[in-house]
Design a protein around this ligand. Sequence first.
Ligand code: NCD
Ligand code: ZN
Length: 344
Amino acid sequence: MTQQITIQSPDDWHLHFRDGSMLNETVAATARCFRRAIVMPNLVPPITNAAMALEYKNRILNAVPDASQFDPLMTLYLTNLTSSQTVLDAKAAGIPAFKYYPAGATTNSDAAVKEIEVLYPVLQTMSDEGVMLLIHGEVTDSHIDIFDREQVFIETILSKIVTSFPDLKVVLEHITTKQAVDFVSQASDNVAATITPQHLLLNRNDLLVGGVRPHNYCLPVLKRNTHQEALRQVVASGNPRFFLGTDSAPHEKNKKENACGCAGCYSAWSALELYAQVFEELGALEKLEGFASHYGADFYGLPRNDTTVTLIKQEWQVPREIVLPNGHPIVPFFAGETLQWKLG
Ligand code: NCD
Ligand code: ZN
């Protein structure tokens, strides 16, 4: 039985660092194993232009224990006011991507896009300039069932974007359904997807059976086990258009354990280990490196990392609670659970 695996250092192609003193917690947790991360812009107010992104990047770099070991890749929040000039400025500042949140889709998305068609000229500029579009793929119409929102988004909005902009590089973030797996598998090489540890490890029973489990609540919400199985099969297949994006998204304990609990799982302290567990369960440990360390860099047109990390087969327990720099507790994803793999 495999006792140790060494892989090229991984990157996290989707996460939330937040801001202020929280960065001392979140950035250190990610930089312990990932060399780069695509940083989501959903702060309050959102990061909407290159100048804001570069300031935010500096705040992140100030929180990195060893700045030569970690490179944050910034994104801008697409709003109804984003212009082609915003895209040109982003490109000049080395910002690789914009994040499209349908209005009201998730945490801090109130500023987001109401009618994507209005922004088609901006998407054309992104396509022309090689700036990527990262998508939270859920419709927000109140009459659409929450478990159907990803599928309906794919059918009504994503398929049109992909047809209208065949050269635009698109990442459908944190996919949760078989429909998303099928759509991305059948789309052109310019369309990819990220997958989180929670959507590989859990299904909606883990959210609702035996009581509501707020620490497993994230958006898009966990789906039924047939969808989980489709996600597991596609990562086990080694398809290079599906790669690692943790969506690590911390919320303080009292915001999660609440009558109206926040969406988001804080997985940074155990993410790579959780993915290793999934790949081992699938009998596909040899596919972990491609998923975690190769396919994302290749899709973004960036070099693969020149360092390695080693995972050791050794049981350890995820902490039940972490105290944030502001003194408030947070419950990490998989708190108190025993994991099989440990970062060496
Ligand atoms: C994220 C957050 O908390 O910022 N929450 C989540 O459930 N994933 C936002 C997001 O990625 O949708
Ligand atoms: Zn996210």
